[in-house]
Design a protein around this ligand. Sequence first.
Ligand SMILES: Nc1nc2c(ncn2[C@@H]2O[C@H](COP(=O)(O)OP(=O)(O)OP(=O)(O)O)[C@@H](O)[C@H]2O)c(=O)[nH]1
Ligand SMILES: [Mg+2]
Length: 286
Amino acid sequence: MENDKIRIQWFPGHMTKAKREMQDKMKMVDLVIELRDARIPNASKNPMIEELIQQKPRLIILSKKDKADAAITKAWIQTLSNASTMVLALDIITENITPKIVKAVQTLMQAKIERMIRRGMKPRAMRAMVVGVPNVGKSTFINKISKKKIAVTGDRPGVTKSLQWSKINKDLELLDTPGVLWPKFEDERVGILLAITGAIRDEILPLEEIAAWAMRYLLQHHAQALTKRYDIALCSDPYEMLNRIAQKRGYMRNHEIDEKRTIETFLRELRDDKLGPISWEVPDAV
Ligand SMILES: Nc1nc2c(ncn2[C@@H]2O[C@H](COP(=O)(O)OP(=O)(O)OP(=O)(O)O)[C@@H](O)[C@H]2O)c(=O)[nH]1
Ligand SMILES: [Mg+2]
């Protein structure tokens, strides 16, 4: 079973609609604020976005930086930055993010604003579309900047259903969008990493395989975190590791290991950072 292909499938019906609406609105936005999960900056990049945003300036926010390894995040910032793309890593919940965003938007849009002034136009608010995979923090980001609870948020994918503008101040307007995934993952690893970090609904996931994949990665890269959290002897078989957690915690039913409970607990603790900050992807350059 270990080496079977892990298949993650879904029907992106409402996402097709969201993509169409975003395409439509793209014409009237000045820049794109793309949120990616700091733990998986590559896997959480939506390939559709590249085609959608064309030449617009882009601000990439690596969200949930509190859940990622700080040194690896720093390397990602360097890798992803270029002439038309600024990159900021943020803990959206605890940081005072507004001044950073306002400044970043000003820097990115300076040339356009100056052009408008030169042509005698009154500078208007810059319009930014906020995009990103489900559950990455788009609505939390907008609420934080607007200091209002305009957008509904929740720790599960698929909370935002439609596009919604928020006026932040005279200089900035933000468009919240539903999290979108793409019809097909080019690489099964991408689907697994999105699953581990909570961008895909658990109901449609092969959770046992996802947990085993995560366990294998942790054994390779964070073995100490496993011993510290679960106080169990390490072995190279991820399924046996899950059994050991179950035995240690007493997750039994009718004298047998309660696999469902073990897997769900393990994944929840992983997502809640109980094993410490973990980056699941490292840029090539590192
Ligand atoms: N630890 C941490 N949690 C965050 C951060 N940003 C957002 N969250 C949490 O992530 C979860 C998802 O946030 P939302 O703002 O609803 O995400 P979304 O991108 O709007 O999701 P959809 O509308 O489903 O696409 C919430 O539980 C937030 O509290 C962050 O920087 N750090
Ligand atoms: Mg949302």
